[in-house]
Design a protein. Structure first.
Length: 157
């Protein structure tokens, strides 16, 4: 039975990348742009953004799944909640800490994968408006950014 729960957890974690991509493209760059806009036009004097409300919005299904899974016999919901929560933590580490440096950790990482993620996100932020965006995912980015990161790493070696 633990294999099924492990599968549910992993499927949820990796499925969250698709959920994040769709939500970012169609909600955050759609009718919820009023909450996301300040993320593209950062105010350097403020630590918090309206965009931070998405933390609460996206954490809610994880919290509910965890609670229902713990307090009922619907154990699979516990593992769905764990998958959502672990993805949220990965998002926080990659997006807020590594990419945007909201905390000054992981600054000197020179891994090709992380360089590709950083470059793809930079390309996303070159668009200040909600239209014409690209690279809406977080952990999965187009292959061309891996190629660029690999080339630039070899050029700097």
């Amino acid at each position: 039975m633990w294999q099924l729960y492990l599968f549910v957890f992993l499927a949820t974690f990796f499925g969250m990348e698709a959920v994040a991509w769709l939500a970012h493209k169609y909600l955050m760059h759609g009718f919820l742009w009023f909450l996301h806009e300040d993320h593209h036009r950062k105010d350097p004097t403020s630590f918090f953004e309206k965009n931070d409300y998405f933390f609460l919005i996206f954490a809610t299904p994880g919290i509910l799944s965890l609670a229902i899974g713990v307090y009922t016999s619907l154990t699979f919901l516990l593992f769905i909640g764990l998958g959502i929560t672990v993805y949220g933590f990965a998002y926080f580490l990659v997006h807020d800490i590594f990419i945007h440096q909201r905390f000054k950790w992981l600054r000197k990482t020179d891994n090709v994968y992380f360089r590709a993620i950083r470059r793809a996100h930079k390309m996303h932020h070159k668009h200040l408006g909600k239209e014409h965006g690209e690279c809406f995912g977080m952990l999965w980015v187009p292959f061309k950014y891996f190629v660029e990161a690999r080339k630039s790493k070899h050029a700097n070696a």
